[in-house]
Write a protein that binds this ligand. Structure first.
Ligand SMILES: Cc1ncc(C[n+]2csc(CCOP(=O)(O)OP(=O)(O)O)c2C)c(N)n1
Length: 295
């Protein structure tokens, strides 16, 4: 049974992990020169909570039968997931240097046969929730107590297949399915509102039989609590709508109108990484002070 919430020290560790994910993501994309900065940054905090606190997994045994599974349906944001998997030891951090280069095990969109820890290949938006529903149903039929997580984009929710899968999950009460929607309000080339508004996603998922949690997607404690509550939910599947900012925490991207898939040069990367490293130093100081106060 999970404890009801994170301690201060655990929260600081998670914040450091999230900053490390951002650093490695920026370095990875700078090494190849171009990549999906915006959506990797907006989902970095949720990925940190998934791999830093929520999910059951064994990096030494990525195919462990009793693991929780993540269907990373917004597969173009691969870099944030690769950073987390490498930091947690699924594969050598050296691999990150060759992300999306010829012969690499880390293509820009995630690939289950190439990357240890990636359960499902994604990239064609709209399909991941259907796979997650199938995995959750298989767990139920096989009597496993694993959870299936599905990370989706808000633009991705424009796809009709998402709602077919949601209907099935609600009708079959797949209560071990936990969906996280990166609600950064932007897609490839602008605002969802102006292109094809998905409206109130929370209300829509509720109508399809989900329990809905709406949280600040950059507040690690809020995300963690929502996942803990979703896990206790035995009556419905859950969706956590993450209110996020595309490009969050990346100095050169956060204020850009279009930061979806952008070029990144070394100077930009060095400056952005420096800010994040300072944040990690501050967090380490905070943890030290916490220890002093506790003694
Ligand atoms: C079926 C399909 N259509 C189009 C694309 C091209 N595409 C890649 S990312 C993207 C925008 C997705 O927006 P969103 O889901 O909100 O992702 P995020 O903003 O978090 O990056 C699109 C249209 C795709 N990958 N799959």
């Amino acid at each position: 049974m999970n404890s009801p919430c994170l301690s201060n020290a655990e929260l600081i560790d998670l914040e450091i992990f999230a900053a490390q994910i951002r650093i490695k993501t920026i370095e990875m994309i700078a090494a190849v020169g171009k990549g999906h900065v915006g959506g990797s940054m907006s989902i970095a905090d949720a990925v940190a909570v998934l791999y830093g606190s929520a999910m059951r997994y064994d990096p030494a045994n990525p195919k462990w039968k009793m693991r929780d599974r993540l269907v990373y349906s917004k597969g173009h944001s691969g870099p944030a997931l690769y950073a987390a998997l490498a930091i947690k030891g699924f594969f050598p951090q050296e691999w990150l240097k060759r992300m999306n280069q010829i012969g690499s095990n880390l293509p820009s969109h995630v690939h289950a046969r190439l990357t240890p820890g990636v359960d499902v290949s994604t990239g064609s938006l709209g399909q991941g929730l259907s796979v997650a529903v199938g995995l959750a149903m298989a767990d139920r039929l096989d009597g496993r107590d694993s959870y299936v997580y599905c990370v989706m984009g808000d633009g991705e929710c424009q796809e009709g297949q998402v709602w077919e899968a949601a209907m099935f999950a609600g009708n079959h009460i797949l209560n071990r399915l936990i969906v996280l929607v990166d609600n950064n309000k932007r897609q490839c080339s602008g605002e969802l509102k102006k292109i094809n508004d998905v409206g109130d996603l929370g209300r829509k998922f509720k109508d399809f039989g989900f329990d809905v949690f709406e949280v600040n997607g950059h507040d690690l404690a809020q995300i963690d609590v929502a996942i803990r509550q979703a896990k206790q939910n035995t009556f419905k599947p859950s969706v956590i709508i993450l209110d996020t900012i595309k490009g969050k925490g990346c100095s050169f991207a956060e204020q850009m109108a279009d930061n979806h898939n952008i070029t990144v040069n070394t100077e930009q990367a060095v400056a952005a990484v420096k800010i994040l490293e300072t944040r990690i130093d501050d967090l380490n100081d905070k943890r030290e002070r916490g220890h002093v106060n506790e003694n």
